[in-house]
Design a protein around this ligand. Structure first.
Ligand code: MIC
Ligand code: SF4
Length: 644
């Protein structure tokens, strides 16, 4: 039987397990990346493993999230990461060099290689034919130390593209269309492979827009073949030698095939507050717009920016709109400046922000109260923009630019001719903002610089056979990591200070949760379907751990979050019958019994001591996960058992 592209890369990197869907497998990781919001924690964890030097082919530490520096905290964390990187053999991408995924694609991504990153949008690398995974910081720390990355062998979805995008319709609309078809949980347990004649019409940055938003489907990762388009992109980046062709076998078997005719797509938007809440621009034409933000790891390539500049050229944005543009990398910004496109955007009224995540993670540029904000980003979860009642729509660069001009949601096809853009044959390559690590001899004496914002991370506890604890919080379906552990300008600087962060845990849903949980000493949380979707931030597990959360019971979980819970030694359990969700109420006293055996058999009993009822729960842990839960999480397991 033939293999899919992903299966070929998995086969070449398989360390343990069998390539049977649903079984746990361990993979060797060639490359790692971190960003600063998750990186400080990841490097603290790496240091605690006690390995003198990274053991990967390439590891890069990016600074792109916390770039506001409104106090000493971010600057201290950047300095810490810079010093760790230099000492342990990691390249350091300075603040201003760009968003991790965009820079990685331009400068480091290689077809056929594996990549793990402490950011959920690491699958952006699939645009260049990498098998790239987002994960919690602990998993990245272990991979830097040469350890394997464990995943459940996914099933395969093939998306077969035919035709060609019409003028004014772009790769973002393909992402939104697949979200319309599959929803934010439709990709859970799958790798999405893109193929068909239509892919030949898509450049590498366009493919990367699509694999980037595979994360919003809940997919394990997404990938495109590596073909002549990939070769041309690498050659334009001055690194054609990194090219290897990669395609699926003609008889490869997929669990599901979805056909999309690119020619039939229209400009789409994801409406508040979920990336799968899709409507066409035509349908929303009378919605007044207050703000437009262009950038993020989804849509900040040179191609996207040139397109926006061409639409804005010689025009002026509407008086009621505030427009921000954040180019994805120093390379993109330099080239925009050199060709005059930057001046066209400035003349039209754009506010140019630095090459970083910026508004996407609520780092400034929050919309006005109840403001309608059109963003070329990938997430529009409630409150993420920093304005609780902000109405965020996810759009293509074309819809963004057109709407900035008119002040209303605008189907860009109404603007007339699609302006031509000319992509240069080569990119401007200047890696001076990527600092090389010290050599091993020099590294030994280097000091790691720690600021006072770095607080020790919470100690996880070994699992006990019985957990008796109150249900301190009951939440609904599709709870995101932005609900569990919000980000934004006020909180993000404290990513290395769990006690401080804990004050904001679940604040979007319930401002008193944190106090209540601390007072209870230990507690249990209950959620609905797809609990923990979104970010890879392990803080969404470490903070509940600090607050005494011992178990989370949900109808189902998102992939990265469930791994983070286990890594933190928190038990993730599911209802055997989803309707039993209704048989527990916030405040009930709950009891989990016989856990030592139950996590092996998979049948767990939950006693609701308040109602006197017994409820069936289930779990399906691998041997390794059982050992981790018993030990009290990944770090304890790794340290105690010498498992690194
Ligand atoms: C996000 O888009 O939510 C982030 C910020 O990039 C996160 C990482 C984080 O929480 O630091 C992600 O996607 O993993
Ligand atoms: Fe940064 Fe936004 Fe991309 Fe997350 S989704 S990496 S915050 S640009």
């Amino acid at each position: 039987m033939g293999l899919t592209i992903a299966q070929k890369i998995i086969k070449a990197h398989l360390v343990k397990g069998e390539m049977v869907a649903g079984q746990e497998i361990a993979l060797r990781m060639d490359q790692t990346l971190t960003q600063d919001a998750t990186g400080t924690m990841a490097y603290l964890e790496f240091e605690s493993i006690g390995i003198p030097r990274v053991r990967t082919e390439l590891s890069v530490a990016y600074i792109d999230h916390n770039t506001l520096q409104s106090g000493f905290e971010n600057a201290d964390d950047h300095r810490y990461i810079q010093s760790v990187a230099k000492k342990y053999g990691i390249r350091f991408s300075r603040p201003g060099n760009g968003i991790c995924h965009q820079v990685h694609l331009e400068r480091f991504g290689k077809p056929g290689k594996t990549l793990i990153g402490s950011d959920s949008h690491t699958p952006t690398g699939g645009g260049i034919g990498m098998l790239a995974f987002g994960a919690g910081g602990m998993d990245v720390a272990v991979a830097m130390g040469g350890g394997e990355y464990y995943i459940t062998m996914p099933k395969m979805i093939k998306v077969n593209l035919t035709g060609k995008l019409s003028p004014w319709v772009s790769a973002k609309d393909v992402s939104l269309e697949i979200l319309r078809i599959l929803s934010v949980k439709g990709g859970v347990g799958y790798i999405v492979e893109w193929g068909g004649e239509g892919i030949k019409t898509l450049s590498v940055p366009e493919r990367a827009t699509i694999t980037n938003m595979g994360t919003e489907l809940g997919a394990t990762t997404s990938i495109f073949p590596s073909d002549e388009t990939t070769r041309a992109f690498l050659a334009a980046q001055g690194r054609e030698e990194d090219y290897t062709p990669l395609e699926s076998d003609p008889d490869a078997v997929y669990d599901r095939v979805i056909d999309i005719d690119l020619s039939s797509l229209k400009p789409l938007l994801a409406c508040p507050h979920s990336p799968d809440n899709i409507k066409t621009a035509e349908e929303l034409a009378d919605v007044k717009v207050d703000q437009v933000c262009i950038g993020s790891c989804t849509n900040s390539s040179l191609r996207d920016m040139l397109r926006v500049a061409a639409i804005l050229k010689g025009k002026k944005i509407d008086d009621s709109v505030s427009l921000s543009v954040s180019p994805g990398s120093k390379q993109v910004l330099t080239m925009l400046a050199e060709c005059g496109a930057l001046a066209d955007m400035i003349a039209a009224g754009a506010r140019i922000l630095e090459c970083a995540c910026g508004p996407c993670i609520g780092m400034g540029f929050s919309p006005n109260s109840a403001g309608v904000s059109l963003r070329t980003f990938n997430r529009n979860f409630e409150g993420r923009s920093g304005t609780k009642d902000g109405q965020v729509y996810l759009v293509s660069p074309e819809v963004a630019a057109a709407s900035a001009l008119t002040g209303y949601i605008t189907d860009p096809r109404t603007l007339g001719d699609y302006p031509e853009i000319i992509m240069p044959d080569t990119f401007v390559v200047n890696d001076s903002a990527v600092l090389m690590p010290a050599d091993a001899a020099e590294a030994a004496d280097l000091e790691v610089l720690r600021g006072p914002n770095i607080k020790p991370f919470p100690e996880s506890r070994p699992m006990t056979d019985t957990i008796t604890a109150p249900l301190t919080l009951k939440v609904g379906d599709n709870i995101t990591t932005d609900h569990i552990m919000p980000a934004g300008a006020k909180i993000l600087p404290y990513r290395s200070n769990i006690p401080y962060l804990s004050k904001f845990c679940f604040a979007v849903c319930d401002e008193t949760f944190s106090e209540r949980a601390l007072a209870a000493g230990q507690s249990i949380i209950v959620g609905g379907v797809n609990y923990g979707q979104g970010s890879s931030r392990e803080h969404a597990a470490l903070v509940p751990l600090y607050l005494g959360v011992r178990a989370v019971i949900a109808k189902s979980f998102a992939r990265i979050h469930v791994a983070n819970l286990i890594n933190a030694g928190i038990l993730p359990l599911t209802f055997a019958n989803p309707e039993d969700y209704d048989r527990v109420t916030q405040g009930d006293e709950l009891e989990l019994i016989g856990l030592n055996d139950a996590i092996v058999s998979g049948d767990v009993v939950l006693n609701n001591k308040t109602t006197g009822e017994s409820i069936k729960l289930c779990c399906s842990f691998s041997e390794r996960q059982i050992a981790m839960l018993r030990a009290g999480g990944l770090l304890k397991y790794t340290r105690d058992a010498g498992n690194n």
